[in-house]
Design a protein around this ligand. Structure first.
Ligand SMILES: CC(C)(COP(=O)(O)OP(=O)(O)OC[C@H]1O[C@@H](n2cnc3c(N)ncnc32)[C@H](O)[C@@H]1OP(=O)(O)O)[C@@H](O)C(=O)NCCC(=O)NCCS
Length: 182
């Protein structure tokens, strides 16, 4: 019921209204009310790259993000009053979706933003009639695995020596998948 009421509230209140109320009556609006998902654009890249550098030992370069734009992948940010809190990227083709990146600013983790981004990607994949969503994750990435398992992803295999690691070593990737039911 709570989730339903929140969805109705999200539907009837425009973002501009929320930002107005946040400035004039700060106590009337929660942070979650102010967070919105929108498509990523090149103006977001500085903020996105800063989060990328904080979150990963082997961060994506600007060129990789631009390649994702060029390839037409779905690239999203979670924004609050003009500040980027996190982002996600999914590629969808011939009935399959691949989550390529999902990342939340370290200071903003643990507040449901990762879940919000992931739920949104799942809805996009469903809208494009993808039947399965795949992703890779480092076995050492406890928080990401916790999020994926909570969202119903299952382990389907291991890619050997998939990720770069310290001292020129490689780390395996767990392959996870989520079946989408229509
Ligand atoms: C993985 C990541 C995106 C999760 O984002 P987040 O905003 O912190 O996650 P959320 O707050 O939405 O948590 C989602 C669920 O996962 C669980 N979870 C998150 N971190 C957890 C942890 N360290 N231990 C146990 N559970 C955890 C939460 O309990 C939550 O469950 P709930 O919704 O039932 O309460 C974030 O930690 C991150 O950006 N990590 C660095 C980048 C990265 O590794 N990305 C994944 C690459 S594969």
């Amino acid at each position: 019921m709570q989730a339903f009421l929140q969805r109705v509230k999200d539907f009837v209140i425009y973002d501009a209204d929320r930002e107005f109320y946040a400035k004039v009556f700060p106590d009337s609006v929660t942070r979650s009310d102010l967070q919105r998902l929108r498509k990523m654009n090149t103006d977001d890249l500085a903020a996105v790259l800063a989060i990328e550098a904080e979150n990963y030992n082997f961060p994506w370069s600007e060129g990789i993000f631009k390649d994702c734009f060029r390839a037409g992948y779905n690239c999203w940010v979670c924004e609050e009053m003009g500040r980027i809190l996190g982002y996600s990227i999914v590629s969808i083709a011939v009935g399959e979706a691949h989550i390529l990146n999902i990342s939340v600013h370290p200071a903003e983790q643990g507040q449901g933003i990762g879940r919000k981004l992931l739920e949104h990607l799942i809805e996009i994949a469903r809208g494009k009639k993808a039947e399965t969503i795949f992703l890779e994750v480092r076995p050492s990435n406890i928080s990401a695995i916790a999020l994926y398992e909570k969202m119903g992803f299952n382990e389907i295999g291991v890619r050997k020596a998939y990720y770069p690691a310290a001292n020129n070593a490689r780390e395996d990737a767990l392959m996870l998948a989520l079946q989408i039911f229509f």
